[in-house]
Design a protein around this ligand. Structure first.
Ligand code: FE2
Length: 206
């Protein structure tokens, strides 16, 4: 018997249809014209200011909807049912031609996105392996090489629909390539647990 064992995989959770169609449409029309900040790398991407989840009724409603799934994902990440809170939440409006540069989310453990419109296939979120991280410095990416989970350096989410939620560890590099479809509206958030305890060395977050 030959076994191939995937060690230390990175979890990404996708929840299809978390928000029902009527709520999605209502949220999309409410938030679409609220973005007042232009992205530093793409002037076709705009955001609302980052809000605490209590400071905005609409966003706090959405935060409450995603929180059970955040706790479920957190249990995968840390092996324990912890008490989670949405620390920041904001709206992204990506116009045709816009993109989001590669980045991570600092001072956070779980980050996520709720889609309020379908994402055009060109503008699905793409996750990257850590640049300069562990692994060979040599590579073998060429037309004859078959990409798999072990040699690939990036992963594009399959089609995401309006109402879907995607969550990932906040350290994971991600980007949105140039949007060749219509206006794409999403709500992003960062979440933290109340505490982590490593062999009695605990740290609390608030
Ligand atoms: Fe992000």
């Amino acid at each position: 018997m030959t076994q191939l064992i995937g060690l230390f995989p990175t979890p990404v959770m996708r929840v299809e249809g978390l928000i029902g169609p009527a709520d999605v449409d209502a949220l999309a029309s409410e938030v679409a014209d609220r973005t007042s900040l232009t992205n530093a790398y793409s002037d076709l991407l705009s955001h609302t200011p980052v809000a605490g989840d209590q400071s905005d009724t609409l966003l706090s409603r959405l935060g409450a909807l995603v929180l059970p799934k955040v706790a479920e994902f957190g249990e995968v990440l840390f092996g324990e049912a912890l008490s989670w809170q949405i620390k920041e939440i904001w709206v992204n409006v990506l116009e045709p031609g816009g993109h989001q540069a590669i980045h991570t989310h600092a001072n956070s453990f779980i980050s996520g996105v709720v889609y309020l419109t379908p994402a055009h296939p060109s503008a699905n979120i793409v996750f990257h392996k850590a640049i300069g991280g562990s692994g060979f410095i040599f590579g073998n990416t060429n037309p004859g090489a078959r990409i798999n989970a072990f040699n690939g350096g990036k992963f594009a989410m399959p089609q995401t629909g309006a109402g879907d939620l995607v969550m990932f560890p906040s350290y994971l590099l991600h980007e949105v390539p140039v949007n060749k479809g219509g206006r794409r509206i999403s709500v992003a958030f960062n979440a933290i647990p109340d505490r982590l305890d490593n062999f009695g060395y605990a740290i609390h977050f608030s």
